[in-house]
Design a protein around this ligand. Structure first.
Ligand SMILES: *Cc1c(COP(=O)(O)O)cnc(C)c1O
Length: 500
């Protein structure tokens, strides 16, 4: 257990900024001393000719021990699901069972080359077909392409299928409707697909304003994109009416499936009337993420849209072999080779390990955890939408800001001192000073309680010692960074100073 007496858990090492590897060691330090070659060799210059470099490369000179300590230290500076609770809303930072990691590292999978002939990768194709069938069953949308490399990529791929379908019926149309709770990737995908975004407001309950939606629907609308449950963690009870209204004008209903963790095995986007969905395998289906990938964003569509899917798609032949075929009106390839195959293996292992009962339990536990935390925290923070939630909920730090001048950003930074990754903040945009909390199904009751205690303690600090919260964090390798400069002028590369 960690001691949280001064808000600094004892398990957090006192890490500080540290020299880069180039500043370690000495010019004489080496890891490996290679023996002299026992074949005649008169220097690299004679081997390389004019290609031999004149200025030696700027390489660090360190011993093996110095390398080990350097990278072990860097690893300690990081925060991941394996180091602590990570309730980053909308990101589903669940524990990723190690058995999936073992599966995707099996030599028969990891050692494959994507250019191998199809007859020599039958097992890999069988796995992909099995995963397609499972995702088709889970989503209620039977035609699946595993190619897209992330959720946003799936959105774009599905919108391209919609455009192809509309174009085939004579008019690609020009607009896509999106609610104001949508994730930023939705309008970005719309723009990339050459459509215009029209924003639909939410009603007082945090659901789609149905009247506003109906008023905006006409035959120039290509699609309506909805995350259900949405980014407030609320399931839209009007969903059947929504998808019917969308279909009435000949538009498609798109489900952003990033929140599938809430409904696994309980209800299916296909049954709600959606025509297409992306699934973030790295969220719901358990691949470590947050460090930049790889992810995977398969899309699932209705039978009539199957002809447009990106291909080639693996399928089973009547003789029981596996083959690759491209749908007749395919939008083409959206990713090289087979998609991010390692993620597909993890997802398949996860689905097979849990089975349909296990997947349903995932959703039930995820929803229970979120509601437990919601109720424990609703007196301490404002809760703009105070109803039963799904897998996540959104608090507001508006009270702390107006009463004590402590902003949600400060609260998030202070949580780091308590050993927690902060929730998603300032999203969705319609909640002031938003804190979006998604605990997932894999946290214990004790961990949920400890996290709630920490947030309650920080709210008390905000009232009593607001400067403390405003100047947190104290225990992290770097403290407050200039986030605007970091985003606008990213400087991520160490540059050698060439002296010779
Ligand atoms: C994560 C997320 C996305 C984007 O998915 P990526 O896999 O990160 O591209 C889209 N919508 C919602 C609601 C999300 O949470």
């Amino acid at each position: 257990m960690t001691s949280r007496a001064n808000g600094v858990p004892s398990s957090v090492p006192s890490t500080g900024p540290r020299a880069s590897i180039f500043d370690l060691g000495s010019p004489e330090s080496r890891c490996v001393l290679a023996p002299d070659p026992d074949v005649p060799f008169d220097g690299l210059e004679s081997l390389l000719g004019s290609a031999a470099r004149i200025i030696p490369p700027t390489l660090p000179h360190v011993t093996e021990l110095e390398i080990m300590r350097h990278y072990a230290h860097l690893a300690e500076m990081n925060f991941g699901v394996d180091s602590g609770f990570y309730p980053l809303g909308s990101c589903t930072m669940k524990y990723n069972p190690r058995i999936n990691e073992d599966a995707c590292r099996l030599e028969g999978f990891a050692g494959l080359h994507p250019y191998q002939p199809v007859h020599s990768v039958q097992g890999a194709l069988a796995l992909m077909v099995g995963l397609q069938e499972a995702l088709g069953e889970i989503s209620g949308l039977p035609a699946v392409s595993l190619q897209p490399a992330a959720g946003a990529h799936g959105e774009l791929s599905a919108l391209m299928c919609f455009r192809a379908a509309h174009t085939a019926s004579g008019n690609p149309r020009s607009k896509v409707l999106i609610p104001d709770t949508a994730h930023g990737t939705n309008p970005a995908s719309v723009a990339m697909c050459g459509y215009q975004t029209v924003t639909i407001p939410s009603n007082a309950d945090g659901h789609v304003d149905l009247e506003a939606l109906k008023a905006a629907l006409d035959t120039d609308v290509a699609a309506f994109m909805l995350t259900n449950p949405n980014t407030l963690g609320l399931f839209d009870p009007q969903i059947l009416e929504i998808t019917a209204a969308v279909h009435e004008v000949g538009a498609f209903a798109y489900c952003d499936g990033a929140n599938l963790n809430a409904i696994l095995g309980i209800t299916r986007p296909g049954d709600m009337g959606f025509d297409a969905l992306h699934i973030n395998l790295h969220k719901t289906f358990s691949t470590p993420h947050g460090g930049g990938g790889p992810g995977s964003g398969p899309i699932c569509v209705t039978e009539p849209l199957a002809q447009f899917l990106p291909g080639p798609l693996p399928s089973r032949t009547e003789e029981g072999w596996y083959t690759l075929t491209t749908p007749q009106a395919s939008i083409g390839r959206v990713r090289s080779f087979y998609g991010n195959f390692g993620v597909l293996v993890r997802a398949y292992a996860y689905v097979r390990a849990l089975g349909s009962e296990g997947l349903k339990e995932v959703a039930e536990q995820a929803v229970l955890s979120a509601n437990y935390l919601r109720v424990r925290l609703r007196d301490t923070f404002d809760l703009p939408y105070d109803t039963m939630c799904m897998h996540e909920f959104v608090l507001s730090g508006a009270r702390q800001k107006s009463d004590y001048g402590v902003r949600t950003l400060d609260i998030a930074k202070r949580l780091l001192d308590y050993g927690y990754h902060p929730p998603t903040i300032y999203f969705p945009l319609l909640v002031e000073e938003a804190l979006m909390i998604e605990p997932t199904e894999t946290e214990s009751l004790a961990e949920l309680d400890a996290f709630a205690d920490a947030l309650i303690a920080i709210a008390q600090e905000a009232a009593e010692t607001p400067d403390l919260v405003r100047s947190a964090p104290f225990s992290t390798p770097v403290r407050r960074i200039d986030e605007a400069a970091a985003a606008r002028n990213p400087d991520l590369r160490w540059k050698p100073s060439i002296t010779e």
